[in-house]
Design a binder for this molecule. Sequence first.
Ligand code: SF4
Length: 238
Amino acid sequence: MADLVTYENVDQLASTIEFSHDDETKGALEVLKWAYSHYGDQLVYACSFGIEGIVLIDLIAKVNEKAKVVFLDTDLHFAETYELIDKVKERYPALQIEMKKPSLTLEEQAKQFGDELWKTSPNKCCEIRKVLPLTEVLTGATAWLSGLRRDQSESRKNTEFINKDNKFKSVKVCPLIHWTWKDIWRYAHKNGLDYNKLHDNGYPSIGCAPCTAPAINMDDLRSGRWTGSTKTECGLHQ
Ligand code: SF4
């Protein structure tokens, strides 16, 4: 039996595992089959329910219909995002979708750190509402899944199928790295997938409402996130 790929040995083992990426899913299904057979049911998909997330959920459901999916519910998402999650729950009833909340309510956060922390200290806000909750979910987990794609941004262009994740001291598996924006939409339309209606209104990347605007530049799909600041990531992918 193959050695388990863990945070400690991923540098040595990842390069010995080969996935072909010239099939219809550019390797995604092969990677998912490997990931679920390798890590079993403890594997968690942290999904933001953007269009990549919708595609990845559809692929995951073909491999493991009871897969664990976690949504970091900051209490600051758009109503359209929550509506979409309800539709996904209907379409894939066996999936285990957890709405993971931060330990502080918005009121408690405002009391401790001031109103609208996302304006005064967005990194602190992301730490409380996203990073710490995901840390709790991943504590003890060897690996997790993410929908990162290489062409999403400069900071994601070197992502591999299997990555050492120093942030959460685990292995991050990214099946969609070779998918382009067009591939994602082609798959979503071909398979009649529900998606967040904000995508039709100029929002290619959708996060919390206070920190998400329509994209300024469609060559940079994340250009509508944290506009007016130098922040480009919430801190989950460093
Ligand atoms: Fe806070 Fe904005 Fe981060 Fe959401 S994206 S957790 S509102 S700073």
